[in-house]
Write a protein that binds this ligand. Structure first.
Ligand code: KG4
Ligand code: ZN
Length: 348
C-alpha cells in the first residue's frame, strides 16, 4: 500500500509518500519559522494561509521525487488533530478533496501517534511492546505501547509540556523562537554546576511531570541576577549558565521518569520522539542511562523528531492496512486526547 501523508497541525507543512513494501519514498518539509519569528511565536492565521500556499507545490514535488502519481497512491493520510484548528482544516480539506478526486481512501491521523511511530521509520526499529516518551511543544507523555494502536498513558505533564518550557525559557533569556534549539545551543557555552535547578516531581511517586515550577525558578533566577548586577540585561555567560542548568534539570527529570516507567512495566525498550527528542544533551544522557541500566533506546532521525509528513504517512498506512478509514467530512479535532484514539475511529 502506498500512502500520501500530509501534516499541517502547526507551523510546518510536511508531505511524504510511504510505501508498505518499499518504505519511505520521498518527503518534503516547509518550515514557517521565518514567517513567525518577528512575533516570537506561531500566529495561527498566518500559519493557515502559508499551508494553503505550500501544500500543492510540496505534494507535486513529493510525488515526482517518489516516482508516484494518482494511480499508484492507495490512500491519503492527514493530521486530524490535535493542533491549530485553522491549520488542521487546511490539511484536512486538501486531503479529503484529493481523496475524493482520486477516488481513494483517506485517514485522519492523531498527530501524537505520528510522533510516537516516527522511530519505526528507521531501519533498526523495534517492535512493541515498548515505552514511548513523547516530548513536543504541546505534549509530554509516557505511553506504554503494547501494539500499534494499543496505548496506555502512564504519565503526562500536569501543566507545561517540556518543549513549551524550553520556548518560554528562551523568551526569558531573550532568545528567538523556536526556543528549544536556541536554548540548547546557548547551553553549550554554559559552565556545568554553576546553578543547580530543581528536578520537578522526581521525589513523588508516579510518572506525571510538571515543568511550570521550573520555569518560575528560571524567572526568579533571572530577576535575582539582574538585581545583583544592577544591569538591564544578563551577561551572555550568565544566560548560558541558566540555559544549561534549565536543560540539565529537564533532561534529568525525563531520564528519571523514563527509567521509572521501564521498571514499573518490566519493559526494556524505550522510544523517544517529538521535537525535544532532537535535543543532543537528552540523547547523550539517555544513551549513558541505557547502557548503565541495560535497556535499549531509539529515536527518529533528526528531521523526523519535529513535525513532518513522513510520520503521518506511516501512521496512516498502518491504520489503512488494518481496514480503517475516515468518512469524507472535513472534521478536525484541535483537542484530541490520545487515550480516546481507538474510540474515535470509524472503520469502514
Ligand atoms: O514535535 P514538535 O515539532 O511540534 C509539536 O508537536 O509541538 O515540537 C516542537 C517543540 C518546540 O517546543 C521546540 O522548542 C522543541 O520541540 N525543540 C527542542 C529542540 N528542537 C525542538 N527542544 C529542545 N532541544 C531541541 N534541540
Ligand atoms: Zn509535533
Amino acid at each position: 500500500m502506498r500512502v500520501l501523508g500530509i501534516e499541517t497541525s502547526c507551523d510546518e507543512t510536511g508531505v511524504a509518500v510511504y510505501d508498505s513494501e518499499h518504505g519511505l519514498l520521498a518527503h518534503a518539509l516547509h518550515s514557517q519559522v521565518d514567517l513567525h519569528v518577528d512575533f516570537g511565536g506561531v500566529v495561527p492565521e498566518l500559519a493557515s494561509r502559508d499551508h494553503v500556499r505550500k501544500l500543492l507545490p510540496l505534494v507535486k514535488k513529493v510525488l515526482a521525487d517518489g516516482n508516484s502519481d494518482q494511480k499508484s497512491i492507495n490512500g491519503i493520510a492527514f493530521t486530524q488533530g490535535p493542533g491549530l484548528a485553522g491549520a488542521l482544516m487546511v490539511g484536512a480539506a486538501f486531503a479529503q478533496s484529493l481523496a475524493f478526486g482520486w477516488n481513494c481512501k483517506s485517514i485522519g491521523v492523531h498527530h501524537m501517534e505520528g510522533h510516537l511511530l516516527a522511530p519505526m521509520l528507521e531501519e533498526n526499529a523495534p517492535s512493541p511492546p515498548f515505552i514511548a516518551l513523547l516530548v513536543s511543544g504541546g505534549h509530554t507523555q509516557l505511553v506504554q505501547v503494547l501494539d500499534v494502536g494499543d496505548y496506555e498513558i502512564l504519565g503526562e505533564s500536569l501543566d507545561d509540556a517540556a518543549g513549551e518550557a524550553f520556548d518560554k525559557v528562551a523568551k526569558m533569556l531573550g532568545l528567538p523562537y523556536p526556543g528549544g534549539p536556541a536554548v540548547a545551543a546557548l547551553a553549550e557555552q554554559g559552565v556545568p554546576g554553576h546553578y543547580d535547578f530543581p528536578r520537578p516531581m522526581v521525589n513523588r511517586p508516579g510518572l506525571d511531570f510538571s515543568f511550570s515550577g521550573l520555569k518560575t525558578y528560571v524567572l526568579n533566577t533571572v530577576q535575582t541576577e539582574l538585581e545583583a548586577t544592577k544591569e538591564d540585561t544578563l551577561s551572555e555567560q550568565t544566560k548560558a549558565n541558566i540555559a544549561l542548568a534549565f536543560q540539565t534539570a529537564v533532561v534529568d527529570t525525563l531520564r528519571i521518569k523514563c527509567l521509572r516507567a521501564l521498571k514499573q512495566t518490566g519493559l526494556n525498550t524505550l522510544l523517544l520522539s517529538g521535537g525535544v527528542s532532537a535535543n543532543r544533551a537528552l540523547r547523550h544522557v539517555m544513551a549513558a542511562s541505557a547502557e548503565r541500566e541495560h535497556y535499549q533506546v531509539y529515536y527518529p532521525r533528526h528531521e523526523f523528531c519535529t513535525d513532518n509528513g513522513a510520520m503521518i504517512a506511516y501512521a496512516g498506512c498502518i491504520r489503512l492496512l488494518r481496514g480503517e478509514s475516515s468518512d469524507m467530512s472535513f472534521s478536525v479535532k484541535p483537542r484530541w486526547p490520545m487515550h480516546t484514539l481507538a474510540a474515535n475511529r470509524s472503520a469502514s
